[in-house]
Design a protein around this ligand. Structure first.
Ligand SMILES: NC(=O)c1ccc[n+]([C@@H]2O[C@H](COP(=O)([O-])OP(=O)(O)OC[C@H]3O[C@@H](n4cnc5c(N)ncnc54)[C@H](OP(=O)(O)O)[C@@H]3O)[C@@H](O)[C@H]2O)c1
Length: 302
């Protein structure tokens, strides 16, 4: 049996991507095979393809890191799941989720709560778990100020909703077209740009207690001065610039996926899926995220 899978044939641009038929993957020890119902698209998908995250692994390489679906077979040593379970999780090493069938790492897979659609669930293993980790690395008190740079994207919108749950005063910096979307999370919207820090200063003259960076580069340098202390900069996008400024990279945890799934189950965080593509149009989905201006989450539904 074969399954359609999106791969890249060599490290490079979008022209290296191809939708091919591959043998349906079999789960190894500690893995589960699923029929994919939905897969989330992340900036890491094109960064891995481009070789920006190291050039390891076999080519052609299957693309896609996160998915939801139904378990079709269970690998050796897996006791937590059974065939027929609805789950969400991270692709096992060497597998990709932009496919009709794939294999997940059972240790980074959780049961999908009935309350969550497959589409929403597919956005949680990477973007949702990162939003959880980045908002918990430095614990704020209710009323303290959290600024999110890149608030209108996949991680940003979920991070802003987590801020609301914790009663932080959240400021979301994003481009003008995302004002309503950012405000729908309860955050105060500030338009992005080289004077964004001045705009924030008019709202919080004393500075902010936490900067969550989802953009990096010059945009991070421009806003960094608004932090009360550079050590409160936590970056998912650009650890080098964050460290240069005195901040830190987000430390990913193994619990993030379970925690964000629980929060989403109770309706406290919505994954904000805004764009859906079928597998035949998976390359369009990746191009949308690669453009750097996606709103909320982009998913592929095989
Ligand atoms: N370290 C980790 O474990 C980890 C995990 C997941 C993701 N990441 C990284 O985290 C970053 C964000 O991921 P994501 O999934 O949220 O990406 P995304 O969905 O593509 O969102 C990025 C957002 O940033 C906004 N943006 C771009 N330039 C901006 C600027 N100058 N000022 C304000 N907003 C700007 C974009 O839209 P507009 O420009 O239209 O506002 C977009 O909404 C990526 O770099 C990703 O690779 C790291």
């Amino acid at each position: 049996m074969t399954t359609q899978t999106l791969v890249f044939t060599e490290h490079g641009g979008p022209e290296t991507q191809a939708l091919i038929d591959r043998p349906r993957p079999v789960p190894g020890r500690g893995e589960v095979a699923i029929e994919v119902k939905a897969a989330g698209v992340n900036p890491a998908d094109w960064k891995i393809r481009a070789g920006l995250m190291g050039a390891r692994g076999q080519l052609p390489a299957a693309m896609g890191l996160e998915a939801s679906g139904i378990i079709t077979s269970v690998g050796e040593g897996v006791e937590a799941f059974s065939v027929g379970d609805a789950v969400l999780g991270l692709a096992a090493k060497g597998h990709g989720t932009f496919a009709r069938h794939t294999v997940l790492d059972a240790t980074q897979t959780v049961l999908k709560p009935e309350e969550l659609s497959f589409a929403d669930a597919a956005a949680l293993p990477v973007a949702g778990a990162t939003a959880y980790d980045v908002t918990h690395q430095i614990e704020l008190e209710p009323g303290q100020t959290m600024l999110i740079l890149g608030a209108g994207g996949g991680i940003g919108l979920m991070a802003a909703q987590i801020g609301k749950v914790h009663e932080f005063a959240t400021i979301g910096v994003a481009n003008a077209g995302k004002k309503e979307l950012v405000e729908s999370t309860g955050a105060t919207f500030v338009e992005a740009g080289d004077v964004a820090a001045d705009r924030v200063r008019t709202i919080v003259p004393e500075g902010v207690d936490l900067i969550i960076d989802l953009v990096g580069g010059q945009a991070l340098r421009d806003i960094a001065g608004i932090a009360k202390n550079p050590s409160v900069i936590v970056s998912a996008a650009d650890p080098v610039t964050a460290a240069d400024l005195g901040g830190a990279a987000v430390q990913r945890t193994r619990e993030g996926i379970e925690k964000i799934t629980g929060v989403a189950q109770y309706g406290l965080v919505d994954a904000q899926v805004r764009e859906r593509f079928d597998l035949e149009h998976a390359m369009d989905a990746i191009a949308l995220v690669e453009g750097g201006h996606a709103a909320g989450k982009v998913i592929i539904e095989p």
